[in-house]
Design a protein around this ligand. Structure first.
Ligand code: ADP
Length: 223
């Protein structure tokens, strides 16, 4: 099963991804915890470039291709092999971030981004995506406790940029209602975690029931 977390910076993605990972581990599930960009040797190099403030000249197209290159390596090297082994993959950000940020935020053509996403992900789609919905104002308040790049980046990009990104996420959520769960990110950490855990454990039980009944149906055919 493939689970992703989406939302603007400081919406609580990494907090919730970590809590979910802990809970799944306690329940003896085999999980892989990832955050984009990064998590492979090559992708970590690319992350270093993307987060390096010295490269302030970076063009938005370069940014798009670097995020996508990092993702292509992550999908090929980690995500697909892990899913094939039946592991639960939890990823903090995935291809929806590129549509929301580079597409809606920066204004690059959406059709091109969808095409590049397809190449990078090998058409791998999450089974469940949790979108943590908070306003840019709340996000900015939360950066007060944080130093450095996130705060700089958010202040530089400005509220209107994040409003466009949020509008993008809402469109993506509407177009992918089967896998999208929009959660009020303004609730407490524990409340959000309980909602997510209920949804994930329901899905896991459904999958278990399905695989048991499927095995049951196949049994008579085995000589
Ligand atoms: P993201 O991964 O989306 O950037 P984080 O999980 O790192 O966000 O959270 C950003 C900041 O907000 C952290 O200081 C975190 O402790 C705090 N935070 C996370 N979730 C909540 C919440 N539901 N309510 C209040 N603060 C939160």
């Amino acid at each position: 099963m493939f689970i992703t977390f989406e939302g603007i910076d400081c919406s609580g993605k990494s907090t919730q991804a970590q809590l979910l990972a802990n809970k799944l581990q306690e329940a003896n599930h085999n999980i892989v915890e990832l955050r984009e960009p990064g998590n492979t040797r090559l992708s970590e190099h690319i992350r270093g470039i993307l987060l390096n403030k010295e490269y302030s000249e970076i063009n938005e197209r370069t940014e798009l291709l670097l995020f996508s290159a990092s993702r292509a390596q992550l999908v090929a090297e980690v995500i697909l092999p892990s899913l094939h082994k039946g592991k639960i993959v939890i990823c903090d950000r995935f291809s929806d971030s590129t549509i929301a940020y580079q597409g809606y935020g920066r204004g690059l053509p959406l059709n091109d981004i969808v095409h590049i996403n397809r190449i990078a992900t090998q058409e791998t789609e999450p089974d469940m995506t949790f979108y943590l919905d908070i306003s840019p104002e709340t996000a900015l308040e939360r950066t007060d406790g944080r130093e450095g790049i996130v705060q700089d980046r958010m202040e530089e990009a400005g509220i209107t940029f994040f409003k466009r990104v949020i509008r993008g996420y809402m469109r993506i959520a509407n177009m992918n209602s089967g896998r999208y769960y929009v959660i009020d990110g303004g609730k407490s950490v524990d409340e959000i975690h309980s909602i997510i855990w209920r949804l994930v454990s329901e899905r896991l039980s459904e999958e278990e029931r399905y695989s048991t009944s499927r095995n049951g149906a196949l049994e008579p055919m085995i000589p």
